[in-house]
Design a protein around this ligand. Structure first.
Ligand SMILES: Nc1ncnc2c1ncn2[C@@H]1O[C@H](COP(=O)(O)OP(=O)(O)O)[C@@H](O)[C@H]1O
Ligand SMILES: [Mg+2]
Length: 242
């Protein structure tokens, strides 16, 4: 009898399982990404619909719910002014599957002016894969390390569809820039090659879902605001659902 040792290995398709199958729909995907903005102590998060056939005025009118509003060149950009991630954090937090850095449920940030305590949403460590649910191409720009470091990475999620390779075989170029003067921190996720066709009613459903993240207390509402932006023109703030 021969003795062997076996360990699990991870096929690249695991990523697809998490991103496209565990996260059930586009609305939940954006909801997860905005929860990450909150967890990163952002004061504002903006969801930009770019190259979409919709205006702010359209969203205020009733009816027309089934109208298709996306196109092949439509983009969804999610931007926040949270603490961002340094290159090292992108490497160890964003790119490492199965980990969450939010084991400590109550985190606080103290600056000279503010002392912000937040109860973390994150726990399952899958929210970032919501970007894959939304579209196959992700352009991530993170300014972290107190504003001194910018990291850019382009991810093509479809490269994980190959079942003959392991997850480690898929690699992407990453660019890092150091600044001498600190920049505004935060994370920007630009998602292209959207997987689904969007209709007007999807946007209405998204607004309703996001309103769940707004605190019922007015003094808390100033801490975290969510905006929707339509093609760089109309912008609206998500309010508590009545
Ligand atoms: N908007 C963001 N700003 C800063 N860091 C982020 C942001 N989104 C995600 N991260 C980092 O990536 C990690 C993974 O996010 P996610 O997959 O949603 O898992 P979880 O929220 O459960 O930790 C987070 O723990 C955090 O460290
Ligand atoms: Mg999360």
């Amino acid at each position: 009898m021969e003795k062997h040792q076996l360990s699990f290995s991870t096929n690249a398709k695991l990523e697809k399982l998490i991103g496209r199958e565990l996260i059930t729909n586009n609305i939940i995907a954006i909801f997860e990404l905005i929860k990450n903005s909150y967890d990163a102590f952002a004061h504002r998060a903006t969801i930009k619909f770019e190259n979409f056939h919709i205006t702010y005025a359209d969203t205020q009118k009733k009816g027309d719910g089934n109208r298709v509003i996306s196109d092949f060149d439509s983009k969804i950009v999610i931007e926040d002014d949270g603490v961002g991630m340094s290159f090292e954090e992108v490497r160890t937090k964003w790119m490492e599957i199965g980990t969450t850095s939010k084991e400590d449920k109550f985190l606080e940030i103290s600056t000279e002016e503010t002392n912000d305590k937040r109860i973390m949403n994150g726990e399952k460590g899958i929210g970032r894969f919501g970007t894959d649910k939304l579209g196959s191409l992700l352009h991530l720009v993170s300014i972290g390390d107190g504003g001194y470091e910018k990291t850019i990475i382009d991810i093509d999620w479809n490269q994980f569809d190959d079942h003959t390779i392991t997850i480690q075989d898929v690699a992407f170029d990453c660019f890092v820039e150091r600044f001498t003067k600190p920049q505004k921190t935060g994370l920007t996720l630009e998602i292209k090659s959207l997987r689904d066709v969007w209709t007007k009613s999807d946007v209405i459903k998204l607004k309703r879902q996001l309103s769940k993240l707004i605190s019922p207390f007015s003094q808390e509402q100033d801490k975290f605001k969510i905006y929707l932006n339509y093609n760089g023109q109309g912008q609206e703030q998500i309010e508590k659902w009545q």
